[in-house]
Write a protein that binds this ligand. Structure first.
Ligand SMILES: [Ca+2]
Ligand SMILES: [Ca+2]
Ligand SMILES: [Ca+2]
Length: 285
């Protein structure tokens, strides 16, 4: 019995010394559906709700015939979700649409609109058509309220990154054109983690990652980051534009390894102390 307790104590010591913090959650872009890939219930996924009190159809303008068809335009943003994987130094962002990103009229096909549609719906988020179609996410690394960097599809199609549909990561510059026009100098060589999928019925949302976030000057994990977003085009007369206000979020931090080891040893010593103290006592079982 005593031997069994000692073995138990040793096993506890090993288990505790090897203990890691409650592993930060992890996510992977498997489906292109933000609600599946980045569930709000998942640890460390932060969800910024954009239209808490609105119905999808009325949150931004869409022509009445679209609503009468029971369709939802592909510009209105339901929420934006973020997850920072500190060990991989990778920021995951999901722009969650009520409908399909870029399927402007809501007929289920990106790049093709119903004959009733006023304006033009662009394929590939406007990549080959010199359209000002844009989905842009601003990221504030300095807690300044304005974006430090910007990721997505620029309205100016002379600014095209190496990612799907020209997805690009750039320094943010001042522009009166708003977020879609704030793409400055490229950060793609080091930081472009790419768009996970070209938006389509099968992969309806706008998911991307940014690599090596912590190496961008201004970043501090303890300060968190701010996120804002835009989705729109001047080509789609029957549908308005949408935006998400800059919102500050906290980032989950993994405790320092030395702190974990320290507390593990304290806990292990306490567990072994209990076992050894019982050694000379009466058998409990
Ligand atoms: Ca969605
Ligand atoms: Ca369509
Ligand atoms: Ca529009």
């Amino acid at each position: 019995m005593v031997r069994r307790r000692l073995l138990f104590g040793a096993a506890t010591l090993l288990a505790l010394v090897g203990a890691r913090p409650a592993a930060a959650g992890s996510i992977s872009f498997m489906t292109g559906d933000v609600e599946k890939d980045m569930p709000s219930s998942s640890p460390d996924v932060v969800t910024i709700v954009n239209h808490p009190d609105s119905q999808a159809q009325t949150a931004i303008y869409q022509a009445p015939w679209i609503t009468q068809n029971g369709w939802v335009n592909g510009r209105v943003i339901k929420d934006v979700r973020a997850f920072y994987d500190q060990s991989a130094d990778k920021l995951y962002v999901g722009v969650n649409f009520f409908g399909i990103a870029g399927d402007v009229d809501g007929n289920g096909v990106v790049g093709t609109a119903d004959p009733k549609f006023s304006g033009t719906e662009q394929a590939h988020l406007g990549l080959f058509s010199h359209s000002d179609t844009s989905i842009a996410v601003g990221i504030d690394l300095k807690n300044s309220g304005t974006p430090t960097i910007i990721a997505g599809i620029a309205s100016d199609k002379s600014i095209i990154g190496p990612g799907t549909d020209g997805f690009t990561v750039n320094w943010a510059k001042d522009s009166t054109a708003g977020l879609s026009g704030q793409f400055g100098a490229s950060l793609n060589a080091t930081h472009n983690g790419n768009l996970a999928f070209e938006p389509s019925k099968a992969h309806p949302d706008f998911e991307f990652s940014i690599d090596h976030l912590s190496t961008i000057p201004g970043f501090s994990i303890t300060n968190g980051i701010g996120i804002s977003a835009f989705s729109g085009s001047s080509d789609d007369i029957d549908v308005g534009e949408d935006s998400v206000q800059m919102t500050h979020i906290a980032l989950e931090q993994i405790p320092e390894p030395t702190t974990i080891l320290g507390w593990s040893l304290v806990a292990a010593a306490a567990a072994c102390g209990g076992a050894i103290r019982r050694k000379g006592g009466p058998s409990l079982a």
